[in-house]
Each structure stands twice: as structure tokens, then as C-alpha cells.
Design a protein around this ligand. Sequence first.
Ligand SMILES: Cc1ncc(COP(=O)(O)O)c(C=O)c1O
Length: 409
Amino acid sequence: MPSINMDFVRKCFPGLKHGTVFLDNAGGSQVVQQSVDHIVAFLSGESVQLGASYAASQTAGAAVADGRAALATLMNATRPEEVVMGATATQLLDQLARSLVQGWQAGDEVVVTNFDHEANIGPWRKLEAQGIKIREWKMPQGADVPDLDDLRALLNDRTRIVAVTHASNIFGTIMPVREIADVVHQAGAKICVDGVAYAPHRAIDVQALDVDYYVFSVYKVYGPHHAALYGRYDLLRNDARNINHYFYGEDKVPNKLEPGNPNYELAAGCRGVVAYLEAFAAAHGVNATGRAAVEAAFDIMADHEAVLSERLLAYLRSRDDVTILGQAVADRAARVPTISFIVNDSSSEALVRQVDPSGIGIRFGDFHSKRLVESMNLSSGDGVIRASAVHYNTVEEIDRLIDQLERQR
Ligand SMILES: Cc1ncc(COP(=O)(O)O)c(C=O)c1O
């Protein structure tokens, strides 16, 4: 496999020219030029209301439809109608929960975890007010991968959905989603996966994972501030209920789940992410388009990310005053380069604020995985320090961070 061409990569992101070292990518990534170009083109020439018969409206509709198709390509959905677009992953999960519950009975159950971002917990927990029983799948103390037997013990014939993350935004651990999906399906339930922390690093494949619902945020995957929810077509058609205007039929998939329409220019901008991945593949000698290019690009990125992870993890391992949360060794099958740690008995905020003037963007806290971070009773008292890389980061940038961490000792 070719090694990553950093000259090519860095030139594709206008935001990287300004000198900041972005190591808060799990919060939000830089945007590729292709997405910027699509948004500008839409706003400066194509922006009219969709759905009319005149030519300009048809052109605008095609741009938005192409954006939806690009998101389907990114997730390997079987058709664009399986993609619900929205402002954020949190909003889409909230909409999904409000939609699905309309087909459930009081006493039905959902399983949420204590290790997800709240976006995939809160919307399901809110259903308790409608008589839905909530069960919690807990991360064992000291572990960063949950126990499938614990999940099995929570499932029964009233379980309607299990909500779980694909990669932890704290540990960086990649969860065994296919195995989880198999367990969930054997119990007759459905699975809803939060792929927000996974999507910037690996090609999502909803078919190979055999998941029922899957969400990610495009603004963490090099695109605009927009989000996408996959739902298997028959489930969106039959299980999900209309939350749009009353006169939208249940066959209006996916628009029945997009009240008020998604943002058009941002939808159009999503095309830029696939265009970038295609250009990335080509720049690395891979002659592919569409899904094949997406897979080839993320494959090359994953190797580079493992190099970045290992650089930082090796440094953190060398310190006896540091606790790494999650896998301490880089392994592309086991973790993404979202690396959390604490300096034992020291404030995480204080260290991050000392690093801030260097122009390196890292951050501290619970990152809205509040239940998980609180369950760990960390000696920092104020959450973890998180450095989250993506493929456009360089080894030199990691070394600059290490240098800063050394200075604060
Ligand atoms: C793992 C994970 N899930 C969900 C979210 C929420 O995403 P959004 O801002 O699109 O609602 C985040 C945001 O940081 C996240 O890291």
C-alpha cells in the first residue's frame, strides 16, 4: 500500500495554511476545498427552493440529491433514500427516537450504554416518559471494550433497539459492531450505531456491519456542518413514523424524517468529501472512483494514523505520571487516533491552558461522554486531556505537542 502523500493532503485543506496545529479533530475537522467550492457554487448560482418544475429548481434539487448520494457512498448504503440528512447527529438521533417510539408499546425496552456520547443515550432515555423501559449496558470498570455477555443479559423479547457507539470518543477504541449487531438481531431487536468518532478514520460499511441505523457528523469528516443518518430502507418505510407534516405519507422516505428540509448548500457541500477521497485515491496511484476510492483512501489514511498514534502513545507510556485511557499501543484494528490521558492527580484544564499559547489545539473535559468519564473517577478531577489526530496531521505536529507536554512537566 502506498504511504500517505502529505504534500497532496495538506494542500487540500485551506484551514491548514494558518499555522494552528489541529489536534482537536474529534471535535470537528478542517474542511476540504472541494466542499467549500460546492457550497460557494450552490450559494452563488444554484440556490432556489427545490421541488418546482422550472429548470433552476431542478438543478438545485439535483445538487442536493447528489449530496445525499455522496453520503450514501460514504456509508455504503444500498440507495440514497436510506440517508436522512440533518443539522447534527444529536438532532437526527432525537428525531429517530421520536419517530420509532410511535410504533412501540408501553413496556417495550431500549438498551443504552454508559459509554456513548450523550447524543446516542439521551434521546432514547427520554422515551421513558412514554412508558419505554430503559436498560443500561455498562462498561466494566477499567475496561475500554464492553462485555457482550453483559449485553445478552439485558436483551429480551421486549427489546426494540440497542444504541451503541462504533468508536469511543474518549478511548478511541473501535467497538466490535458486527458482533454486537449479531447478538442484537438474534434477540429480535434492532441496532442504532453512533459512528461519529469512527467516520473520520475508516470507511463506514453499513452493509458489512449489518446495522439497522447509523449516524455520523459530516463536519468531523472533512465536510460542512451537516449530519447523516442511515436507516435500512424497509425500516425507514415501515418502522419509522412520519415526524414531518401530517400529509406526508409513510412512503415518503426519507423526507418524512426531515421536517423543514435539510440545509441545501451544506447537503450540496457533502459531494466535496467524496470528491476529495477520489482525488486522494488518485494521488496515491489508485485508479478508482466512488465507493472503491473511499475504501482505498481510508485504508491509506489508517496506516498513517497508526504512526501518529504510536508516536504520542509511546511518549505517554514513557511517563510514569501519566495514565492513558484506552489502548496504550497503536493498532489500526483496535483504535483510532483519539487519545485521552490524564497526568495523575493534576488538573487536565490547567495543562491544556498551558499548551494553548503554543498554537496547538487540544482540549479537556468529558466530551459529552459524561456518564463514562464520571464512572472512571479520575484523579484529575476535571476530566481527560484529549489529543485527536486525523490523517492530515504530521509526525512533526505530534512532536510539537510532545515538546509542549515536556515543558509543562
Ligand atoms: C461520538 C460522538 N457522537 C455524537 C456527537 C454529536 O455530534 P453532533 O455535534 O453532530 O450532534 C459527537 C460530537 O462530538 C461525538 O463525538
